[in-house]
Design a protein around this ligand. Structure first.
Ligand code: HEM
Length: 180
């Protein structure tokens, strides 16, 4: 169980909560909190220097963490799917594929305990799916996106070879062919 609520968690912390006795799932989505929980998240984000006003406008787009331990037995889809989804580190796709009803979505609020602090879930880094929007503009990953590293062997030897060929042609035409 979470010791406190309304926190920003590291992705690595979430991976320790994937058992029947302690099960968290991570689902991407905007904060749709009401009342006290929203106030607490605003306070928390403000205290760590983040833009708490985005929570009010409903555009704080993050991976959300839900503690579903107490919901495991009651989940209409069964506890195994939740446990599996928990272990993957990112249950977003699985959750959306089911097409949960609006009442299921509104239930999520009561299990919400916090958000992921800008970390990319391990499951998505192994897939071909594009998650570029999660990469901060100045991050190491973005900087690595620049022009590809030159292939030193071809880039260096090919022009030399062409130059050599041109020189040989010039030499042949100037000295050898003229002499015959
Ligand atoms: C806090 C998170 C979740 C809540 C509150 C929740 C709630 C519910 C509810 C209320 C239903 C009944 C159908 C409906 O009203 O849509 C349901 C069904 C189901 N859920 Fe979840 N769910 C959660 C997470 C997940 C996740 C992560 C998965 C991952 C696979 C999942 C898989 C399913 C499945 C397979 C069904 C059965 C659908 C069917 O029988 O047609 N759920 N869930």
């Amino acid at each position: 169980m979470a010791e406190g609520t309304n926190k920003l968690f590291a992705q690595s912390e979430v991976s320790f909560h994937a058992s029947r006795k302690d099960c968290w799932v991570v689902i991407h989505g905007k904060v749709g909190l009401q009342g006290e929980k929203r106030d607490l998240l605003c306070d928390f984000l403000g205290s760590v220097g983040q833009r708490s006003d985005l929570v009010w406008s409903g555009s704080y787009d993050l991976f959300q963490v839900y503690d579903v331990t107490k919901f495991l037995e009651d989940h209409p889809g069964g506890e195994d799917v939740l446990l599996h989804a928990s272990a993957t580190g990112d249950a977003t796709e699985a959750f959306e594929e089911v097409g949960h009803s609006t009442s299921a979505i509104s239930m999520m609020d009561s299990y919400w305990i916090g958000s992921i602090d800008g970390h990319m879930p391990p499951s998505v880094s192994n897939t071909s799916k594009s998650w570029n929007y999660d990469v901060p503009p100045n991050s190491e990953m973005q900087r690595k996106k620049g022009p590809p590293e030159p292939n030193t062997f071809l880039d260096f030897l090919l022009p030399l070879f062409v130059l050599g060929l041109a020189f040989a042609a010039w030499y042949y035409l100037t000295f050898v062919a003229k002499g015959t």
